[in-house]
Design a protein around this ligand. Structure first.
Ligand SMILES: *[C@@H]1O[C@H](CO)[C@@H](O)[C@H](O)[C@H]1NC(C)=O
Ligand SMILES: *[C@@H]1O[C@H](CO)[C@@H](O)[C@H](O)[C@H]1NC(C)=O
Ligand SMILES: *[C@@H]1O[C@H](CO)[C@@H](O)[C@H](O)[C@H]1NC(C)=O
Ligand SMILES: *[C@@H]1O[C@H](CO)[C@@H](O)[C@H](O)[C@H]1NC(C)=O
Ligand SMILES: [Ca+2]
Length: 537
């Protein structure tokens, strides 16, 4: 009898819930009130889709990538997808923003999550699919420019000036609006606001996360900012250092030569940290001299041929490791660690080993052409050290306030109770690791209690946003953040995975627990494949 009554009550309540869920339809009418201040909606579409395929949607710079696994059907989802095009009146911009909501309320995990972009790519439809697949409500934005357009097309106005509104949209404005719109749509659709709201991004996505932490922390309970391109004004100008010096020194070494430097330095400094694993965990103790390879012959396969390492090549490599310096020797920005591949900053296409053309890091090349020189035909040819210094100064002066994302005043975030985790691979070949060390050091100076709400983990041996020999935390960092936000589990360690060291047990990987900076992940002896052989010092 009792049981029967409970069953009836349960049935009634589920009928009631589904009736409620049906009251809010995934239609245009439902979302008619969707708006934030200062925008004018150009058009918006709402699509209720079942079995929406995620196939072929992994070609993005976002973190929430849904890989197409060969031989496996792509996952499908039931989604309420809202696409808005809007403008800021008077700014002559167009922002496309995407909101994804699990179509059935029962599939919603009561949370909101935004995945960040990469490079010039702010985000797009793909970035909402992955969160929705995991039960989150989500939003993303193209940041005010068409992702297929070249940077010249959106970065300059017709009369050749910086397109400031578009740059502001990309740097922070459209991102914060996407968060507001996405959270508002969530409330309209499910009748309640998300219990927790998160940001998860790396590279540009890490910078976007830091921008939200600095400017709009109240929109998020937790933020992951991996390998953040913070201090963008300096980072982007610094990316030109290698190609600039290459033309100045008139030397264009092919990748096989650059790799020879990386291998030699890694071999020389690998064991300074106590473990021979191809990882340089103590770069500060490495004093490898690039000049020690002068005269060595390198046998290359791509392109085929042999080439002798010259003094100029060694000078160039030493300067990339050191980082940009002004013509009078002053520090401008950080270089790269010895175990980072050099060919990303100094790409080449070669006809033969001694006939190569340099292909600059595209972000830096666009930065100087579009935003500094404001001349799409600009080349590095003939650029002097004084010219480079001037471009660097211009970058800082004009752009730090817009896209620098270098402010360490996180007091709004502290007040909002938002938590942030940053991490950075020490073998990052695109965004110098020490740019984040610099940021965190300044944040610690600003507030000595910063670790209460913002922590940073260095990841030895990890390349840009993941991979490399390890220790890669990219698969655990988000759950670690969530546990900090939702269960007050303070992250004193960050689980990471690295390639096993041979001779190892049967596993191909090993686990390590990274340390919150300024603590250092330190080998204390024993089996390097065992997590207990490392500690935080
Ligand atoms: C997605 O990734 C798979 C490998 O995981 C690749 O084969 C496929 O071409 C990618 N799809 C796109 C559209 O890039
Ligand atoms: C909405 O759909 C119409 C018709 O297909 C299209 O012209 C318009 O560009 C769409 N708007 C957005 C924001 O996608
Ligand atoms: C980065 O900073 C550390 C100290 O925190 C130093 O040991 C290392 O040499 C620096 N690397 C570069 C490339 O500046
Ligand atoms: C291999 O080493 C890892 C890390 O120490 C450990 O977790 C795992 O249990 C070991 N596996 C075997 C088969 O011994
Ligand atoms: Ca090592």
């Amino acid at each position: 009898m009792m049981l029967g009554m409970i069953t009836i009550a349960a049935t009634l309540s589920s009928l009631f819930t589904s009736a409620l869920a049906h009251k809010t339809q995934c239609t245009k009418k439902t979302f008619a009130s969707l708006k934030v201040k200062n925008i004018e909606i150009i058009s918006f579409n709402v699509t209720a889709a079942r079995g929406f395929s995620t196939s072929g949607r992994n070609a993005t710079g976002g973190v929430g990538i849904i890989p197409d696994i060969p031989g496996t059907p792509a996952p499908t989802l039931d989604i309420c997808l809202i696409v808005l095009a809007y403008t800021h009146p008077g700014k002559n911009d167009v922002v496309n923003t995407y909101i994804g909501l699990p179509l059935d309320a029962k599939d919603w995990n009561s949370r909101f999550l935004m995945d960040g972009g990469g490079g010039w790519y702010s985000g797009g439809e793909s970035e909402v699919l992955s969160p929705v697949l995991s039960g989150y409500a989500s939003s993303s934005t193209d940041g005010g420019h068409d992702n297929t357009a070249s940077t010249v097309d959106w970065g300059l106005t017709k009369d050749g000036k910086t397109n400031w509104p578009a740059l502001w949209d990309f740097s922070s404005v459209a991102i914060a609006e996407a968060a507001v719109l996405g959270k508002l749509a969530t409330k309209i659709y499910y009748g309640e606001s998300p219990k927790y709201s998160y940001w998860h991004g790396c590279s540009t996505g890490g910078r976007q996360g830091h921008a939200m932490a600095q400017l709009h922390p109240e929109l998020f309970d937790g933020i992951v900012g991996g390998a953040p391109a913070v201090s963008w004004d300096k980072f982007a100008a610094a990316g030109l250092w290698a190609p600039f010096l290459s033309q100045l020194l008139d030397t264009r070494p092919p990748k096989c030569v650059l790799d020879t430097f990386t291998s030699a330095a890694t071999a020389a400094c690998d064991e300074l940290d106590g473990v021979k694993d191809g990882i340089i965990a103590y770069p500060g103790q490495c004093h490898f001299k690039a000049s020690s390879l002068v005269g060595q012959t390198v046998y290359c396969t791509e392109p085929d041929g042999k080439i002798t390492i010259t003094k100029k090549m060694a000078q160039l490599v030493a300067a990339i490791w050191e980082g940009p310096r002004s013509s009078d020797g002053h520090f401008k920005w950080y270089g790269f660690h010895y175990d980072s591949s050099l060919a990303s900053m100094l790409g080449t296409t070669c006809k033969s080993v001694d006939d190569c053309t340099v292909v600059p890091f595209p972000i830096a090349e666009d930065w100087v052409k579009v935003f500094l020189a404001r001349d799409p035909s600009f080349t590095l040819e003939g650029l002097t050290r004084a010219d480079y210094d001037k471009l660097f100064r211009q970058s800082v002066r004009e752009y730090a306030p817009v896209i620098g994302t270098g402010s360490v005043d996180l007091s709004k975030m502290k007040k909002a109770g938002t938590k942030m985790l940053a991490w950075h691979g020490m073998a990052d070949q695109l965004v110098p690791t020490n740019g984040t060390v610099d940021y965190y050091d300044r944040a610690r100076n600003f507030d000595r209690h910063v670790a209460d709400y913002y922590r940073f983990f260095l990841a030895p041996g990890v390349t840009h946003c993941g991979f490399g020999n390890g220790f890669d935390p990219s698969n655990t960092v988000f759950d670690t953040l969530k546990a900090w936000v939702e269960e007050a589990a303070v992250p004193d360690r960050l689980e990471a995975v690295a390639a096993a060291v041979s001779p190892s047990n049967t596993s191909e990987t090993r686990t390590g627990y990274l340390c919150p900076y300024p603590q250092v992940f330190t080998f204390i002896g024993g089996d390097p494949n065992s997590p207990s052989s490392f500690t935080c010092v």
